[in-house]
Design a protein around this ligand. Structure first.
Ligand SMILES: [Zn+2]
Length: 170
């Protein structure tokens, strides 16, 4: 049976907003990852991955969203907020989220290669750090994973096409 509780509904609503941001990244030929930060029931930051656009390896969706949210609140801490992100945060982002004292992260797809909320590292819940973040994985996971899979399939196809073109030309 589908769970229609208010909490589950808001999780889906906010994750859909994060997915919209991931689509914006995809349109700009960026790895499609999107994030929103919510305070109460209000979205106070929306961001997508901009690593290629800004030529900046730190321009992950979460990092940009943290800066937007702290600017919005004029506060370095996000103690009453939650982050919704389409992909499990990496070590850098999880570290920044610990520093921002965010209490809760919802992520869609797991990242078995670089995830730092339980997959490869567990920075979000490390016993030696002074803040621990509650993690909920899985809202709209299939949609979030599919976006990434499609993006990388297209990339691989284009790379192979280029190889074929080169062979034909020379
Ligand atoms: Zn990251």
């Amino acid at each position: 049976m589908i769970d229609h509780s208010a909490l589950a509904t808001s999780e889906i609503i906010f994750m859909r907003e994060a997915i919209k941001q991931a689509h914006l990244a995809e349109e700009r030929d960026e790895v499609p990852v999107g994030a929103v930060i919510v305070q109460g029931h209000k979205i106070i930051a929306r961001a997508h991955n901009q690593v290629e656009t800004l030529s900046d390896p730190t321009a992950h969706a979460e990092m940009i969203a943290i800066t937007q949210a702290t600017d919005h609140l004029s506060n370095k801490w996000l103690t009453e907020c939650a982050l919704y992100v389409t992909l499990e945060p990496c070590a850098m982002c999880a570290g920044a989220l610990v520093l921002a004292r965010i209490p809760r992260i919802y992520f869609g797809a797991q990242d078995p290669k670089a995830g730092a909320c339980g997959s490869v590292f567990n920075i979000a819940h490390h016993p030696q750090l002074n803040h621990r973040i509650k993690i909920k994985k899985g809202p709209l996971a299939a949609q979030c994973s599919q976006l990434l899979r499609r993006f990388f399939e297209k990339k691989r196809y284009l790379i192979n096409q280029r190889k074929v073109d080169r062979k034909i030309r020379f």
